[in-house]
Design a protein around this ligand. Sequence first.
Ligand code: AMP
Length: 294
Amino acid sequence: MKLIQTVPEMQAEADRRRAEGRRLALVPTMGALHEGHLALVREAHRHADHVTVSIFVNPTQFAPGEDYEQYPRTLAADLEQLERLGFVDVVFAPSPAAMYPGGPARHRTWVTVEGLDEHLCGRFRPGHFRGVTTVVSKLFLACRPHVAVFGRKDAQQFLILRRMVRDLNFGIELIGVPTVREPDGLALSSRNVYLSPSERAQAVVLSRAVSEARRLAETGEQRTEALVEAMRRALAQAPDARVQYAEVVDTETLQPVEKLEPGREALAAVAVFFGQTRLIDNAFFRIPSDVREG
Ligand code: AMP
């Protein structure tokens, strides 16, 4: 496993492997790796014969006042975990200066996907998705993958990136891996370490809320209002939860829908604060296509 920290070296490595005829996969992460990330890396290995994992805490996707400085950074432990998998070829871990020479404030070129960030997280995290689409574009151009793997836990991110890849003809296959969870349903997240034992116990309400929405939809409930109410009821079971949003949106437009259309994919998503810690969860679903209109 090779550690690469500059963009030109990464590009040269990718070009060499491409010239050998290898199929390259990239798994972008911000480090503090857990089993959720490792599931992505294993999926990458199934689709390619050269796997790069990037580790970069991207300053441009954190809004002012968010946890950029405090975000957990555990490079040595991350490298150990990846080495232990036995099949990761490259870890690309650039410094902020390697990705943003002159600093992020001097950066002038941005990639934005319009209209898909008006709801869900985008509504509350100004500039977040512009930072994500820009850094992922830069990682694609540095690592030159044929396939890139993302988690569906960050559903809006995945759907925005899918649109970006299509709109800009990146020619990269995007794979979305289902959320990896603790036994009680809590989605694994690098931010779970911030939770107190009591908050951790209460955090199970997120997965309960979105599974309940999915269950209702899959048993034929078409009114999203009913799904949102059910999610809010489930979240209210946690006394310390402050709900930021609970929404049901179409997965193409990321706009709320009033009534679910049979066969069309939708997403139920929630964001909840416990103290300063912000957690998200979601469920993708389709209502059965044999449900009658009306
Ligand atoms: P992050 O390091 O939080 O930016 O996440 C890097 C990638 O891992 C993103 O594509 C996330 O969606 C994915 N990811 C994070 N947590 C999970 C999880 N519990 N299950 C599946 N994928 C995850």
